[in-house]
Design a protein around this ligand. Structure first.
Ligand SMILES: C[S@@+](CC[C@H](N)C(=O)[O-])C[C@H]1O[C@@H](n2cnc3c(N)ncnc32)[C@H](O)[C@@H]1O
Length: 274
């Protein structure tokens, strides 16, 4: 199974990287550091690594020698990720990297036998319920911490508020839960389902809010996000197209004059064995 990505996907990942960095919970990383096994190198499996945003952020926050294994379906994204990985950890110890092209929903226990940490960022909403359950099973059986960051919750807050905001948000969320090629995506329901699945395995699940807070200093990302949000909502509910022309013009004018504020809620999740 492969997910269709837009041609400019790497650009989107570059645009969102600073917002993800600002959003991710360093508090959970503090908890993680204590829970990591003593053995070195720390072998980190980064699922859906894209262009490597997560490794660029997390590797320098962890101490000791690390070996990162980056998974993605897209070899071009992985080539960029490999090229951009930091060479050293927080304490100057070496960081090495390998990449694995393929379908991460097919991951098995054998793939994770050496894992000290399984991690991902902005991935869970792209999975189905069955794929997520399977992934949680494999992670739980690996016996190491799992850190899944920046998962969307479906809640967005725009300022100034507009009566159409909620209707568009509902249509967008329905679009995120759509079936693609017979796969019904979890979208904003994924992180809650993930927490419940880890809890069923008896793991302690730590959750932290990790919202994007986009003001005038993040106007480019806010603009791209808004376009994607509105387009998806209109695709889901075509009658919105006729009714949101004025709304779109108002919002774009607010964005251009630095008056648009956007908060896109996300959640970070750390699952630890007791
Ligand atoms: C939203 S991007 C996030 C990338 C990166 N983690 C980041 O935070 O910038 C999700 C990535 O997961 C990959 N992906 C999604 N489903 C996958 C699957 N089933 N197998 C392999 N890669 C997958 C996509 O190719 C994409 O690069």
């Amino acid at each position: 199974m492969s997910i269709e990505l837009p041609p400019d996907f790497a650009q989107w990942l570059a645009l969102r990287e600073p917002a993800d960095v600002a959003a991710r919970s360093t508090d959970l990383v503090d908890t993680l550091r204590v829970a990591l096994p003593d053995r070195r190198p720390v072998v980190v499996h980064d699922l859906g690594a894209g262009t490597g945003s997560l490794g660029r952020w997390l590797a320098p926050l962890l101490p000791g020698a690390q070996h990162w294994i980056l998974y993605d379906q897209d070899p071009d994204l992985l080539a960029r990720a490999r090229a951009g990985m930091p060479a050293v950890a927080a304490d100057g110890a070496p960081v090495t990297v390998e990449t694995r092209v393929g379908d991460l929903t097919r991951l098995t226990n054998t793939d994770l036998t050496d894992a000290a940490l399984v991690t991902a960022s902005a991935l869970l909403d792209m999975l189905t319920a069955v794929e997520l359950d399977r992934l949680v099973t494999v992670c739980a059986e690996a016996g190491c911490p799992t850190l899944f960051l920046v998962s969307v919750t479906g809640t967005v807050r725009l300022t100034p508020a507009d009566p159409l905001d909620d209707e568009i948000a509902a249509a967008f969320n329905a679009h995120q839960r759509r079936s693609v090629g017979g796969r019904r995506l979890l979208g904003p329901d994924a992180v809650e389902a993930c927490a419940a699945a880890f809890a069923r395995y008896g793991l302690d699940v730590h959750l932290r809010p990790s919202p994007w807070v986009l003001g005038s200093d993040q106007a480019a990302l806010a603009g791209e996000w808004f376009t994607g949000w509105l387009d998806a909502a209109r695709e889901q509910c075509p009658d919105l197209t006729d009714r949101t022309g004025g709304y779109e013009r108002r919002r774009r004018a607010e964005a251009e004059t630095g008056r648009l504020g956007v908060i896109v809620d996300h959640v970070d999740l750390l699952a630890l064995h007791r």
